[in-house]
Design a binder for this molecule. Structure first.
Ligand SMILES: [Zn+2]
Length: 425
């Protein structure tokens, strides 16, 4: 039996905690963004002496402008996102929607699944105007947007289709486990989630990526031979160095590594190929191979498995506490796990946000290690340093982020930090 005053205290406690975390995130992020903007303005006349050669004056001015415009947009979209989240959480729309579904759907795994999909579909739609603005106003203004409205809309539809095809059965399986797998259902649910994560590492580059981009093997020639030689030298069997037509959507350049075992793949953006010399491309490839050889993929997977298991344990605990859903206006008679799942998923972002500096810290350590690997195996420090400089220039990267800002948000060390590390021991 629920003791009413006790329950009321719990409700208030839950609501106050949630509001504190949401407001804390909003205020903290606004603080960091403003701090960063001030730092960028302070250097607006000229970059630090160590970076004078990275960009010419005009490009540097443009990079300052780009950083500030993006920062103002981030301030706005953070407020927008938080107001939206608060409205969804506290307006009573979630219980209303759940009650409405209950009027024509029997309690079942499918009702819960449908409920989750409906909520996240509505949320995704409300984010579209901002995404559109970011691509067609902001990126466009600085010459990075290469997409068309048609391509953008098709991308969104494809993404939705994939999310539904993959997400719906996965959600249904989750709710099935909650109902039928006994008190340790969350361990099973975690196992399914982790197996799915591994599967996606393999399937993403094979099935999903080619649906959005054209991937072609690097053509025969001097460059290919040089890269294959490098791979052989460091003991990396590279059958597949692929070039992706990133230029179809954006002028930004990148390279990445995906998959594991015999499914591993290295993907270079066509934009990257245009911007870098052969020696620099070799260094970038060595960096990517470094991530593989140094075991960064299994390390990050282990970390994410630990966090995933903790998350499922937390969800299981919340599902056992009726006060959690009641605090957000659901009735005592909730007979499915959908509401708790939706609330947990909505709150996972703002609560998990506070862990992001830790994850970024590990990620940056891996970047340093991969840079060192590139230095050892691809012609010393210069090609890597030059590649990083060129990428910063072409992507109009912020050369002077505030240290607190970059420590919190950056998954890669700053250019200055990476150069110093490459030049050092
Ligand atoms: Zn890297």
């Amino acid at each position: 039996m629920l003791d009413i005053p006790g329950a009321t205290f719990m409700h208030v406690f839950i609501i106050v905690t949630v509001i504190t975390v949401l407001a804390g995130k909003l205020v903290w992020e606004a603080y960091l963004i403003r701090l960063n903007m001030a730092e960028v303005r302070r250097h607006a006349q000229a970059p630090p002496p160590a970076l004078h050669e990275v960009m010419d004056e005009q490009t540097y001015a443009k990079s300052v402008d780009y950083t500030l415009v993006k920062a103002r947009f981030a301030l706005f979209s953070n407020v927008y996102g938080m107001l939206l989240l608060a409205a969804v959480l506290f307006s009573g729309v979630l219980p209303l929607l759940y009650g409405w579904l209950g009027t024509f759907m029997e309690a079942s795994v499918w009702r819960e699944t449908f409920y989750v999909i409906l909520v996240f579909l509505l949320l995704a739609m409300s984010g579209l105007p901002l995404e559109h603005h970011a691509q067609f106003c902001l990126e466009e203004r600085f010459g990075f947007n290469k997409s068309t409205f048609r391509l953008w809309a098709t991308d969104k539809l494809k993404g939705l289709l994939i999310a539904l095809t993959v997400g719906a059965p996965l959600l249904a399986l989750f709710f099935f486990l909650v109902d039928f797998a006994g008190p340790l259902w969350w361990v099973w649910a975690f196992a399914v989630f982790f197996a799915f994560q591994l599967l996606m590492l393999v399937l993403y580059p094979m099935l999903i990526l080619p649906w959005f981009n054209k991937l072609t093997p690097l053509p025969e020639g001097e460059l290919r031979q040089r890269l294959i030689d490098l791979a052989q030298r460091v003991g990396f069997k590279a059958r597949t160095i692929q070039v992706m037509d990133g230029s179809r959507r954006s002028g930004h350049s990148n390279a990445f590594f995906t998959g594991f075992g015999r499914f591993r793949r290295i993907v270079l953006f066509d934009t990257l190929m245009e911007q870098l010399s052969e020696g620099e491309l070799e260094a970038v490839l060595a960096h990517e191979i470094g991530h593989y050889k140094l075991g960064h993929v299994p390390k990050m997977l282990t970390l994410s498995a630990g966090l995933g298991l903790a998350a499922f344990a937390g969800l299981a605990w919340l599902l056992k506490s009726p006060a959690f859903v009641q605090a957000f206006g659901f009735s005592h008679a909730v007979d499915g796990a959908g509401p708790a799942f939706v609330l947990f998923a909505l709150l996972a972002g703002p609560f998990g946000f506070w862990l992001s500096p830790l994850l970024n810290f590990f990620s940056r350590r891996h970047e340093y290690e991969a840079d060192r690997f590139a230095r050892e195996h691809a012609g010393g420090a210069n090609p890597m340093t030059n590649a990083l400089r060129r990428l910063s220039e072409k992507n109009l990267s912020n050369l002077t982020p505030h240290p607190l800002y970059s420590a919190f948000y950056y998954s890669h060390p700053t250019l200055l930090e990476r150069e110093a590390a490459l030049a050092g021991e």
